[in-house]
Ligand binder design. Structure first.
Ligand code: MG
Length: 224
């Protein structure tokens, strides 16, 4: 049995201080001239594709060309937004990733970010190279499919495709937990985002931590 570990990005590994929303809002403002274009649209736990489609539906701009233009504008603005917002790597993340590297763990991403957005965000904090593969929010609206893709990609890269694998997903929202379970994985939830430990336990998370700073305790779960 090979253990695969898939990490969510926003509010699990890093807190970009809203850089994604800033980049998207700036793109929409320039293109459509509306103030606060993403007000009322939920971001956390969802795929970029789902968020972009919601924003365009709200603006009644639903053609494929509009979607592509939004993605291009978002990705071109994201690096500057990351610089300006001054976010941070969340507590214990660097230490945990170091320990997993020493343990030769197979780690990847299961994130609602599109691949290029994930690379920009994690690259900004020097973490992108840590992850071998992943499932991303470019094509998928349903997060469980992101987890499935992440598992497949990671298994393929680890050379264990088609063999017995088990997978733990690390995330900060009930949607991460639901998606993990729907994809046949277990879920370790961290209360570093908008949801507290009780809410994460109530939605069925297999393990709940306040954050990832207790490296030994988290490793016991991930490698156990
Ligand atoms: Mg998240």
């Amino acid at each position: 049995m090979t253990r695969l570990l898939l990490f969510d990005i926003d509010m699990t590994l890093v807190h970009t201080n809203g850089a994604g929303r800033v980049a998207m809002d700036a793109t929409l403002l320039e293109r459509y001239g509306v103030a606060e274009p993403t007000a009322g649209i939920r971001f956390d736990g969802r795929t970029d594709r789902a968020i972009f489609l919601d924003a365009l539906a709200k603006l009644e701009a639903t053609s494929d060309g509009e979607y592509d233009a939004l993605v291009e504008g978002y990705l071109s603005r994201l690096p500057l937004a990351l610089d300006e917002r001054g976010g941070t790597i969340l507590p214990g993340v660097t230490e945990l990733l170091d320990a997993l590297e020493r343990a030769d763990s197979t780690i990847g991403l299961a994130t609602g970010n599109m691949r290029a957005g994930a690379a920009a965000k994690l690259g900004h904090y020097g973490l992108w190279e840590r992850f071998a593969a992943g499932g991303f929010g470019d094509e998928e609206v349903v997060r469980a499919n992101v987890v499935r893709r992440g598992m497949e990609e990671l298994a393929r890269i680890a050379g264990v495709a088609g063999r017995n694998v088990d997978c733990i997903v690390l995330g900060d929202t009930p949607l991460d937990v639901e998606a993990a379970h729907a994809a046949g994985a277990r879920a370790l939830a961290v209360a570093t985002g908008s949801y507290g430990g009780e809410a994460l336990a109530a939605c069925g998370a297999d393990w709940v931590f306040a954050d990832l700073s207790d490296t030994a305790a988290v490793l016991e779960v991930l490698l156990g």
